[in-house]
Ligand binder design. Structure first.
Ligand code: ASN
Ligand code: ZN
Length: 330
C-alpha cells in the first residue's frame, strides 16, 4: 500500500526555513528516512524525554528560546546526513539496513557538547552556554551520525591512532555533508563547528586545511601522535582530506580562505572533494578495521584509489602525495 510521505516546515536556527520529514498530526518522525525520530530531553540526561509533537506541521521559530527550534535543526541535520550517505554512497542508514536512529536535544543544563552513543543508537545535543550556541548545526549533526557509521563499519577503536582516524572520519563527512547540503545560511567549508562559536570569539572548533590553527591539533603524523587526544590526532587525516580535495597552498572556497601547507614541502594537486570522499568512504567500509593506524590508512586508501582509478592514475598519485605531505610514507 502506498502512503504519502508527510513533510512539515522547520524554522531552524542554522539553516533557515527547511522541509522536515514528519508523521501525521504531527510528530518529528521521518518516515522517508527509516523513521528517524527527534526527542526533547527538556534538561534531562537519560531516557528519551518526549517525542516532539505538535498540532500543526510547523516546527520552531528560528530562535533557541523556542524549544522546537533545536529539534528542527537536529532533525534536519540527520535527514541531510541520511540523504548524503544514501544518495552519494548508496548506504541506507547508519547500519546500511534502512533503519533510522534518533536524536535527543536539550540534554542537561548548559551542556557544551554533542555525542553519538552506540548503546542507544542515538545522537544527543546540548544547548551550549554563554556565547556558545546550541550544538545542532549541520556539521555537528553529520559528525555525530558518522560516529555511528564508523562504529558499524571499520569499528575504529576510539583511542590511539585509530581514534584519531575515527574522529577524522566524522570531520571529513561533516564537511562533505555540509557541502552536499549547500544551504544558503551555512555553505560548505573545511571548518568544523564554525556556527556554534564554541570558543566565544567566532573561531571554529577545528580547521582542516591547517589543523594546528586551533592551537592543539597536529598538521602531520609523528611518532607520538597516538598518545594525544583523538580530537587532535585527527588533525593529520583531516589535513590529508583537505589536501587531496583542494590541493596545497592558498585557495578560497565558498568565500572562506584556506592555506594548506605540506610537511615535505612538495605541492599536492587536489582531485576534488567528491573523489576524496569516495576514496575515504570505500576505505572505511572495505579496508579499515578496528586497529587501523595512519600507515594502514595510507595502504587502504591507495588500494581503493588503485581499484577505482588505476595504479598510475592522477588520483592514486594524489592520494600518495597527500599522505607524504602529512609525513606518512614518501
Ligand atoms: N562531540 C564529541 C565527539 O563527537 C564527543 C566526544 O568526545 N566523543 O567527538
Ligand atoms: Zn567526534
Amino acid at each position: 500500500e502506498w502512503q504519502a510521505i508527510e513533510t512539515g516546515v522547520g524554522n531552524t536556527m542554522y539553516s533557515g526555513q527547511v522541509t522536515l520529514g514528519t508523521a501525521p498530526s504531527y510528530t518529528l518522525t521521518d518516515t522517508g528516512r527509516g523513521n528517524h525520530k527527534t526527542y526533547n530531553l527538556n534538561g534531562g540526561t537519560s531516557g528519551t524525554g518526549t517525542l516532539f509533537s505538535n498540532t500543526t506541521d510547523t516546527w520552531g521559530n528560528g530562535l533557541p528560546s523556542n524549544k522546537e527550534t533545536a529539534g528542527a535543526d537536529a532533525h534536519y541535520g540527520a535527514a541531510l546526513t541520511w540523504d548524503y550517505y544514501k544518495n552519494v554512497h548508496g548506504r541506507s542508514g547508519i547500519r546500511g539496513d534502512g533503519v533510522g536512529a534518533y536524536s535527543r536535544v536539550h540534554y542537561g543544563n548548559a551542556y557544551v557538547n554533542a555525542f553519538w552513543s552506540d548503546s542507544c543508537f542515538c545522537m544527543t545535543y546540548g544547548d551550549g552556554s554563554g556565547n556558545t550556541k546550541p550544538l545542532t548545526s549541520i556539521d555537528v549533526a553529520a559528525h555525530e551520525m558518522t560516529h555511528g557509521v564508523t562504529s558499524n563499519t571499520a569499528g575504529l577503536v576510539y583511542s590511539g591512532e585509530s581514534g584519531g582516524l575515527n574522529e577524522a572520519t566524522s570531520d571529513i563527512f561533516a564537511a562533505a555533508v555540509e557541502f552536499y547540503a549547500n544551504n544558503a545560511q551555512d555553505k560548505g567549508d573545511y571548518l568544523v563547528g564554525e556556527k556554534i562559536d564554541i570558543r566565544g570569539n567566532g573561531t571554529p572548533l577545528r580547521y582542516m586545511d591547517k589543523p594546528s590553527k586551533d592551537g592543539s591539533s597536529k598538521d602531520a603524523w609523528y611518532s607520538g601522535l597516538g598518545g594525544i587526544d583523538v580530537h587532535y590526532s585527527s588533525g593529520p587525516a583531516n589535513h590529508w582530506y583537505y589536501l587531496l580535495s583542494e590541493g596545497s597552498g592558498a585557495k578560497t572556497v565558498n568565500g572562506v580562505n584556506y592555506d594548506s601547507p605540506t610537511s615535505d614541502g612538495l605541492p599536492v594537486t587536489g582531485i576534488g572533494r567528491d573523489k576524496a570522499s569516495l576514496i575515504w568512504f570505500k576505505a572505511l567500509t572495505t579496508k579499515f578495521g578496528s586497529n587501523t593506524n595512519y600507515a594502514g590508512a595510507r595502504t587502504g586508501t591507495v588500494a581503493v584509489a588503485t581499484e577505482l582509478y588505476g595504479a598510475n592514475s592522477p588520483e592514486t598519485l594524489a592520494v600518495q602525495h597527500a599522505w607524504a605531505a602529512i609525513n606518512v610514507g614518501t
